[in-house]
Design a binder for this molecule. Structure first.
Ligand SMILES: CC(C)(COP(=O)(O)OP(=O)(O)OC[C@H]1O[C@@H](n2cnc3c(N)ncnc32)[C@H](O)[C@@H]1OP(=O)(O)O)[C@@H](O)C(=O)NCCC(=O)NCCS
Length: 154
């Protein structure tokens, strides 16, 4: 998989991206984030960044995150998604590791993601990476907050 920056110019590709099967209600939120929100948000929000993963000229994975602009900054993942037909090939983990690597290089200390309690694939992916901790979201208890601390021993 080749990982490159996503820009508003990729709007048509983003609009066509499908990552949610019919039984994955939590993934439909992620799909809408990619298909409807990402292109306009990339135009408008200077704190939002996104990368795409391509295989044979097909966009197979998307990750986007927001920085809070603090010192040191915290990044919050807006979405991490792998296209239908391309899951369970390691692309999701590769994208998450790319985000964590970029965060480390940018001096970020914490990368946070919000994961629905039913979203087993995302919980498994996070559990299989080093350095992650999770707690139930006190405001939205059907979600967990996953945190990866960078630049220090776990
Ligand atoms: C969550 C998601 C990104 C995972 O992507 P993926 O490319 O399928 O995951 P990977 O192949 O990289 O798997 C990484 C690890 O997670 C685990 N895993 C992921 N999906 C799994 C599944 N359906 N069943 C069992 N284990 C799974 C595996 O343990 C794997 O580790 P392993 O290779 O050592 O066994 C993908 O399922 C997806 O796009 N879901 C819809 C969008 C979404 O809900 N995103 C999260 C909220 S923004």
């Amino acid at each position: 998989m080749e990982i490159r920056e996503l820009t508003p110019d990729h709007g048509a590709l983003l609009a066509a991206f499908r990552c949610a099967s019919t039984d994955e209600h939590y993934a439909q939120t992620a799909e809408l984030m990619v298909t409807e929100n990402l292109e306009p948000c990339l135009r408008l929000d200077p704190n939002l960044s996104a990368i795409g993963g391509w295989v044979d000229d097909e966009l197979v994975a998307v990750a986007a995150w927001v920085t809070d602009g603090q010192a040191p900054p915290t990044w919050t993942l807006a979405v991490l998604a792998v296209a239908l037909g391309h899951k369970k090939r390691g692309y999701g983990r590769e994208m998450k590791l790319e985000v964590l690597g970029r965060a480390l290089g940018a001096g970020v200390r914490t990368v946070v993601s919000v994961v629905h309690e039913d979203n087993s694939p995302m919980h498994w992916l996070n559990r299989n990476l080093p350095g992650g901790t999770f707690e139930r979201d006190p405001v939205h208890p059907e979600y967990f907050l996953w945190s990866f601390r960078l630049g220090e021993s776990p």
